[in-house]
Design a protein around this ligand. Structure first.
Ligand code: PLP
Length: 394
């Protein structure tokens, strides 16, 4: 059997008529950039988040640095995040000209550790960017308190968790802005690139709207800006898919539960942890091997057996060759949890259109691999989940 990592072609076939209808509407409208379909999708996206504003953008990276720019954050300012996220989180800080400050993640959630943030704040700190990694929210209540106490801006990098929430908060509710990516493989993904920013702040909305369009919101009238617009064809595809996002996330949760039930007895891996009261939307289902040398062995074994396994993200940002490329960066304290996450992560296929027999096949193959190494497995949690954490995720 072959089990793919992504299912967007299946998804297209399942709702083809809805997607095709919107594409036809755009094509026939003659308005392909900043047209009515973009307006409609922005209204739908804002409503989905129960937020006042949503701005469609070229991609999720631009959404982060445009948010920073709209907040006046740039050279000389420090922005705190964690190093076991997708590279773009830090890249956006650097594009804005600011200093990326890396602190550790929590060993359970893999999201930034609030208490480590507290320890990294200096007079230069201007913002925090928590990432809702793998589809589970960071502890926004704790992070909001820190931001309030130190008067910091808060941008949620929500590229991976649309539709997730915490026990007492929704995405976008506790921050200045939440940014997202709609690249193909995301929980809400189009057939190409695009992104968005969601906010309740009219000033951020107005500034980003101008910045994305050459500093213009009236014909021939410009200030300095860029070209980072979500075009109407992609807006149409996203509008069709947004109507299904909750059902897609429910399906991801169902497959995650099936993986977890099937893999529970494995001795060589730790399974993903859903924090109490959180809705994890499993952008990725990431197991962590209990010995780093097993990571690539497990991936190779699965790939050889037809299962397209991957790693997210096997090189932490500060371990990339050439880091920090002449940019400003600082690591505060130990980032051992983030490094162990990188060393041990293996992502299993995860998309709403998976079939039960595919999930069961993946489970069977992981168990087959586990059996070979079970006798060598350390007792208790492996390095990625055994790490210390001083905050609420434990
Ligand atoms: C956590 C995170 N942040 C930012 C991005 C950047 O989004 P994009 O690729 O649309 O620029 C991505 C995804 O690619 C991501 O996963």
């Amino acid at each position: 059997m072959k089990v793919e990592f992504y299912g967007h072609v299946r998804q297209y076939h399942n709702i083809k008529s809805e997607i095709d209808k919107n594409i036809q509407t755009v094509l026939k409208s003659g308005q392909y950039v900043m047209g009515p379909m973009l307006k409609q999708f922005e209204a739908e996206l804002a409503a989905y988040h129960r937020a006042k504003f949503a701005v469609g953008l070229g991609n999720g990276t631009d959404a982060i640095w445009l948010a920073l720019m709209a907040l006046g954050i740039g050279p000389g300012d420090e922005v705190i995040t964690h190093p076991n996220t997708f590279f773009a989180t830090a890249e956006a800080i650097w594009i804005a000209g600011a200093t990326a400050v890396f602190v550790d993640c929590c060993p359970d959630s893999k999201c930034v550790c609030p208490e480590k943030i507290e320890g990294a704040i200096t007079p230069k700190t201007k913002a925090i960017i928590p990432v809702h990694l793998y589809g589970q929210c960071a502890d926004m209540v704790a992070i909001r308190k820190i931001a309030d106490h130190h008067q910091l801006k808060l941008i949620e990098d929500n590229a991976q968790a649309i539709g997730a929430h915490g026990p007492k908060f929704k995405i976008g509710q506790l921050s200045d802005a939440a940014t997202t990516s709609f690249i193909i493989q995301k929980n809400l993904g189009t057939f190409g690139d695009s992104g968005a920013l969601v906010t309740n702040n009219a000033d951020i909305d107005a500034k980003v709207r101008k910045l994305r369009n050459h500093g213009s919101n009236a014909r021939n009238v410009h200030s300095f800006g860029f070209n980072s617009r979500l075009d109407d064809l992609h807006a149409g595809i996203l509008s069709a898919k947004l109507k299904h996002i909750d059902e897609y996330n429910d399906a991801r949760r169902k497959w995650a539960a099936r993986y977890t039930k099937g893999l529970k007895g494995c001795k060589t891996i730790d399974l993903p942890v859903e924090l109490k009261g959180y809705r994890h939307v499993f952008h990725l289902y990431v197991v962590e091997v209990k010995k780093p040398e097993w990571r690539d062995q497990l991936v190779d074994f699965l790939v050889k057996n037809g299962v397209d396994a991957k790693t997210h993200y096997s090189i932490a940002i500060h371990k990339q060759a050439g880091y920090p490329w002449g940019k400003q960066a600082r690591i505060v304290g130990s980032v051992a949890n983030a490094e162990a996450n990188a060393a041990c992560c293996v992502s299993l296929p995860m998309f709403p259109e998976l079939k039960a027999e595919e999930v069961d096949y993946v489970v069977a193959k992981v168990k087959e691999w586990d059996k070979q190494f079970a006798a060598q497995a350390p007792v208790g949690k492996g390095p990625a989940q055994a790490g210390k954490c001083c905050c609420t995720c434990k």
